[in-house]
Design a protein. Structure first.
Length: 208
């Protein structure tokens, strides 16, 4: 009879995700994965099939967890702009809080920059993540346009991509910039550009 596995697979994938997030795909060695997961090389590779396969599993885990969190924020209470603000503020606070841990920024964006072009399987997972978030932002923007909260001189898909680009830009900036107020000001400017008219100064207090 085959011996039962003596490890928690969810824990292994989570540990591998953190390692890839800190070091990047190319910067992560088998030894790094063994140290972070607590598994020997044979157990690691017999179970998951190799570094690339483990990386894909880590990307899938990030898709399941991070995307669900983003969708929850976008479907939360408040106006359309409130929900978009919640998405951006949450990301900024997460990146600021993660300073010094190596877990700053978006793991999917890191993958897109580092590994997506030469690896179609990585591209597929990253694209699915981006598309899911874009669709959720599109829903929010369309609702904001219908409510008169967001300008209607552009179609909602174009505006949703504008917001998503700014959001992912913040995640990249958050990897190297630790000043929360600077990141919040960038997000605020993005959302102000969506409004049909200028917002009063008092509304900027919501970002503090």
């Amino acid at each position: 009879m085959a011996r039962p596995r003596q490890f928690d697979e969810d824990h292994v994938i989570t540990a591998a995700l953190d390692t890839f997030w800190r070091r990047g795909y190319e910067g992560t060695s088998t030894r790094d994965l063994c140290e972070s997961t607590g598994l020997g090389p044979s157990s690691l590779y017999n179970t998951f099939g190799g570094k690339r396969q483990i990386y894909l599993r880590a990307l899938e885990r990030y898709y399941e967890s991070a995307t669900a969190e983003q969708l929850e924020l976008l479907s939360g209470p408040g106006s359309a702009v409130d929900r978009l603000r919640a998405l951006m503020t949450h990301a900024i606070d997460a990146d600021v809080a993660a300073e010094g841990t190596g877990l700053r920024g978006c793991f999917a964006i890191n993958a897109a920059i580092e590994a997506a072009t030469p690896d179609p399987d990585v591209t597929k997972v990253v694209r699915r993540t981006f598309d899911r978030v874009e669709d959720a932002i599109h829903t929010v923007v369309a609702a904001g346009q219908a409510a008169g909260e967001i300008r209607t001189d552009s179609d909602p898909r174009t505006l949703s991509r504008q917001v998503q680009s700014a959001y992912y830009g913040l995640r990249v900036l958050g990897r190297v910039h630790g000043e929360r107020n600077v990141l919040l000001a960038t997000a605020h400017s993005t959302l102000e550009s969506l409004r049909p008219c200028k917002t009063s100064r008092s509304e900027s207090d919501q970002w503090s």
